[in-house]
Write a protein that binds this ligand. Structure first.
Ligand code: 5AD
Ligand code: SF4
Length: 470
């Protein structure tokens, strides 16, 4: 038996891919170990979405140099978007890598590991169905046929043992939107929707193993468009039909999805937030900017008014809906006035939370070549003020919850002894004192204190125990 250790950076896609790799390695007799020192194979699933993310991974990889020197037999590999982006060029920075694998070819890792020489040339598996390179001339050239890559992407065993109470499930991969700042379409390829039957099979397997909350994953889930529609109800948008099918499993308590694009919301999808109780009242809806000029330059294909109207309809469908968003400050050409428009829109919409980023140039993207780049210091100021504004809004919204009793899915223990931790349907973290047997259950919790990042609560006096159980 051989030991592996996976370190994951970046988005939920990478978290999901790491889980999938764990499953595939386990099938071949590999065992997960907690420390690098015990591992025969170390894999970093790396992110490249922003420059800072990429730098963090490279710094982490460099830290592994002494370990490789002391134990040359260890195989060190890198995956994810950054591996796809860098390919063989990675070796110039990190020469001790044995394996560089793009997200489309992750499934090939287990079979290739056995024949990999830790001191030989690195194996480079990038592209999907495209030829890729190996490190040294004369070594074999890797070509994955379309057929192979489809099989690889459909073989998704889950890790052995009970599934996490709350799990991700990928329904589509890649992105066709080509937002001007974004590297994803270049690194994860065109949109590919998984067949509904494969998704339902995976959901059933997760539920059979104890999972009760599923978050559907994809770069643009609401443009889900499988080629084979068979088990889905015709006459409605495929994503809506899929959500309804999943919500019909009685073992599934909570259903979520991320990420959706504002331009792809059908009226049927909006309506589901009011009519499908399993669908959580929570939505991540990336806005990016409140300025029409910047939205146009970003190629987002909606404007401020259109976004506002969508929010109005969503809140009409479900007034409890918790909204979060992504904001980029300092996109090339963003003036003070443009940025102020984002601030005003944040104040108007009042998101429950936001993820905000300074724009950074990414290879291949259109924005990289745009004029009028915003100076770093200015980006930092805008980011700081954006976050300051949002913190106040988040705290105000959270404070309105004090005194309310909310349903919490108890996912684990809190930081303090005797404390449990879980999430509300709106995805807020709640810590509260309670007995250990409540873990894995839905329970009512009365909110007693609100912070920006979490809530404190207590079990109500006459606790009806949990609302539903497995
Ligand atoms: N610079 C800054 N932020 C970016 N994002 C994507 N690309 C960039 C970039 N080049 C942000 C967007 C996206 C989130 C996942 O990351 O806000 O929604
Ligand atoms: Fe990137 Fe835009 Fe696709 Fe999201 S929708 S992954 S931001 S290109």
């Amino acid at each position: 038996m051989k030991n592996y250790h996976i370190i994951t950076f970046g988005c939920q896609m990478n978290v999901y891919d790491s889980g999938r790799l764990r499953g595939l390695l386990a099938e071949r007799g590999w065992r997960s170990v907690a420390t690098l020192a015990e591992a025969d194979f170390i894999f970093l699933n790396a992110c490249s979405i922003r420059e800072k993310a990429a730098q963090r991974v490279i710094a982490r990889l460099k830290e592994l140099k002494p370990l490789k020197k002391a134990r040359p037999s260890v195989l060190i590999g890198v995956g994810g978007c950054l591996a796809e982006q860098e390919g063989v060029a990675f070796l110039a920075q990190i020469p001790f890598l044995s394996l560089i694998v793009g997200p489309g070819r992750l499934g090939e890792i287990p079979e290739r590991l056995a024949s990999l020489d830790p001191q030989g040339p690195a194996l480079i598996l990038t592209g999907t169905g495209r030829a890729s390179e190996t490190a040294s001339p004369g070594s074999e050239n890797e070509v994955a046929s379309e057929e192979e890559s489809e099989i690889a992407s459909e073989a998704r065993p889950t890790p052995p043992g009970p599934a996490a109470l709350s799990s991700f499930l990928t329904i589509m991969e890649g992105c066709d939107n080509f937002c001007a700042y974004c590297v994803v379409p270049y690194l994860r390829g065109r949109e590919r929707s998984r067949p509904p039957a494969a998704i339902l099979r995976e959901a059933e397997s997760l539920l059979a193993q104890g999972c009760r909350e599923i978050t559907l994953l994809g770069q643009n889930v609401n443009s889900y468009a499988p080629t084979r529609l068979d088990p889905l109800e015709p006459g409605q948008p495929p994503f809506v039909a899929l959500l309804k099918k999943l919500a019909a499993y009685p073992e599934l308590w909570r259903l979520r999805f991320t990420t959706s694009h504002p331009k792809d919301f059908s009226p049927e999808l909006i309506e589901l937030f009011g009519s499908l109780p399993t669908l959580c009242p929570q939505l991540h809806l990336p806005l990016q900017s409140g300025s029409d000029a910047i939205l146009r330059a970003m190629g987002r294909r909606y404007d401020r008014a259109g976004y506002l109207e969508l929010v109005r309809q969503l809140r009409q469908a479900n007034p409890q809906l918790a909204l979060s968003t992504d904001i980029i400050v300092g996109f090339p050409g963003e003036t003070e006035a443009d940025w102020r428009m984002t601030q005003e829109l944040l104040a108007e919409i009042r998101f429950d939370s936001i993820f905000s980023f300074k724009y950074s140039d990414r290879p291949q993207t259109r924005a990289q070549n745009l004029p009028n780049k915003v100076p770093e210091l200015e980006k930092s100021r805008r980011l700081f003020e954006t976050q300051l504004l949002q913190k106040a809004i988040t705290l105000e919204i959270n404070q309105t919850l004090v005194g309310q009793t909310l349903e919490v899915l108890v996912t684990g223990t809190g930081r303090r002894p005797g404390q449990l931790s879980g999430r509300t349907g709106s995805l807020k973290i709640v810590n509260f004192p309670g007995p250990n047997w409540l873990q894995g259950q839905l329970t009512q919790v009365e909110i007693t204190e609100a912070h920006v990042a979490s809530l404190l609560g207590r079990l109500p006096e006459a606790q009806d125990t949990f609302a539903r159980s497995a």
